[in-house]
Design a protein around this ligand. Structure first.
Ligand code: SAH
Length: 219
């Protein structure tokens, strides 16, 4: 379910325990503020599900990390010798990503920008990795994002999506995504190869959340 929100408003998740709603970050400045401290998704290493894909050789060619945060997955691609780009709307995240690249001696193009304007990157990509971006987008942005993605991924290119799943109980954190929502969003111009149940690691005290890892090919 998506709540109608005007510009500058935050989406809120109702709480089942009667407490006030939990504000969900929506605006660039909300995300930027979260990076002043350590956000729960900032684990300082790649997500295990995406690392496993890289180790299996599934990440290749020119790689784009959408909503890259502090860049762990773009940095992972660069460490494999691949040409990597990361884009995020939060300047604080990109600054940290650039610092990490310098510290690790890796060459990555990190861009402050919106995933709703991927054409602005002026490049095509063979592999796109998404760790926790899709599930923060509302319905309208989700469809604009997929349209833009279609334009920068040529046929045969792949998109790997790691998102919170509807198997995750409770309401804390981002929107839960169903397998049907993934198949619907990628019905046009894509083939959904697989959707597997995996976990997303976090620094939250419970440590990990139920997630989907979707492997999707541009047709
Ligand atoms: N991929 C990172 C961060 C996940 S959190 C990781 O795994 O650690 C989601 C990220 O998406 C945040 O960094 C947020 O700033 C970014 N984001 C949210 N909306 C965005 C948009 N429209 N364009 C680009 N980045 C966005």
């Amino acid at each position: 379910m998506s709540e109608a929100t005007g510009p500058g408003e935050r989406q809120e998740m109702p709480r089942l325990d009667g407490m006030p709603p939990v504000p969900q970050p929506r605006r660039p400045e909300d995300f930027d503020l979260l990076y002043e401290q350590r956000p729960p998704w900032e684990i300082g290493r790649p997500q295990p599900a995406l690392l496993a894909l890289a180790e299996a050789g599934a990440i290749h060619g020119r790689v784009l990390d959408v909503g890259c945060g502090t860049g762990e997955h773009a940095l992972l691609a660069a460490s494999l010798g691949l040409e990597a780009t990361g884009i995020d709307v939060a300047p604080a995240a990109i600054e940290r990503a650039r610092q990490k690249a310098a510290q690790r001696g890796l060459d990555v193009r990190f861009v402050v920008g919106s995933v709703l304007d991927l054409s602005g990157l002026g490049q095509l990509f063979d592999t796109v990795v998404d760790s926790g971006l899709f599930h923060v987008l509302d319905d309208d942005d989700r469809s604009a994002f997929v349209d833009g993605l279609r334009a920068v991924v040529p046929p045969g290119g792949r998109y790997f999506l790691l998102c919170f799943s509807d198997r995750q109980p409770g309401v804390l954190g981002p929107r839960r995504i169903t397998q049907d929502e993934i198949r619907t969003a990628f019905a046009d111009g894509w083939r959904v190869d697989s959707i597997e149940p995996v976990m997303i690691d976090s620094t939250h005290q419970r440590g990990a959340a139920h997630a989907w890892l979707a492997s999707i090919t541009r047709t």
